[in-house]
Ligand binder design. Structure first.
Ligand SMILES: [Zn+2]
Ligand SMILES: [Zn+2]
Length: 266
């Protein structure tokens, strides 16, 4: 499977050289390697704007790598955009201006407070906090900029400090159904994110939510390790494959120049 969610030195929280991933992907016989560095415009973490990459340099770097590895592996240039209402015009503009293959739309902030330092859930119980998080995800799905993937549904649970942090479908059926129905309707892929350490779940979203998505007609899955070092590249790929195969899913997808490309799981 193509790992559709990885970070490099263009993200504020990674120092990895892009070519380390490319060499690893070639070694593993991958069809494509797909970069999705952070771009969290107007998103404030610990009181500071999260550092942003220079998109001209970013897209030029991957255009050069595309050329360099032509014939050996496809190099895709995506971006993980952090949703917030104030950022939408900027994301429309950059999608038009730069040659991205796709956007992952992610929620890292809830009502102006970041999830990473767990600011958003202070003073709230798990039900209240996760309801706010889901409301923000739902709002992000109506964003007017193009995006092809919903990133790490359930992300908020990675950083909360509840004794039972896991997000279960049974606890939020209506909210989760609204989100899943919306992505089915919009033809947006559901990412299976394997950076789930600390969330209480094996995968993000949890297996019961993945199963519910298929029950609602969802068939567009992407696999994302959310690696920030090459050591985590394609982490838990076999677990994702077998979870999908248990649900009767035979293929997943990736995106090239905004268009879907299917990949058989066999
Ligand atoms: Zn993210
Ligand atoms: Zn990420």
């Amino acid at each position: 499977m193509v790992d559709l969610h990885i970070h490099t030195r263009f993200s504020h929280d990674s120092e990895e050289d892009p070519e380390n991933y490319i060499r690893k992907a070639v070694e593993l016989g991958k069809k494509a390697v797909s970069f999705t560095d952070h771009y969290d415009y107007r998103c404030i973490e610990n009181g500071r704007q999260i550092p942003l990459p220079d998109l001209k340099i970013y897209t030029e770097t991957f255009a050069e790598l595309k050329e360099k590895y032509k014939g050996r592996i496809k190099v895709l240039c995506g971006l993980e955009v952090g949703y917030c209402r104030e950022a939408v015009d900027r994301y429309i503009e950059i999608y038009e201006r730069y040659p991205f293959d796709f956007f992952i739309n992610s929620v890292h902030m809830v009502k102006g407070k970041d999830c990473f330092h767990n600011e958003f859930s202070k003073g709230l119980n798990a039900k209240e906090a996760y309801t706010l998080y889901f409301e923000q995800v739902l709002e992000s799905l109506s964003a007017p900029y193009p995006f092809q993937v919903l990133g790490h549904l359930g992300y908020a649970s990675r950083y909360t400090d509840y004794a039972d942090k896991k997000i279960r479908y049974a606890d939020f059926p209506e909210m989760i159904d609204r989100i899943l129905c919306k992505i089915v309707e919009k033809n947006v892929a559901l990412e299976i994110n394997t950076s789930s350490a600390g969330s209480g779940s094996l995968l993000l979203p949890d297996l019961d939510i993945i199963a519910r998505y298929t029950a609602l007609g969802g068939r567009m899955f992407t696999f994302g390790s959310d690696a920030h070092t090459v050591a985590r590249y394609c982490d838990k790929e076999e677990i994702v494959k077998s979870a999908l195969s248990d649900l009767g899913i035979k293929r997943c997808c990736y995106f090239e120049k905004g268009k879907i490309v299917w990949e058989e799981l066999a």
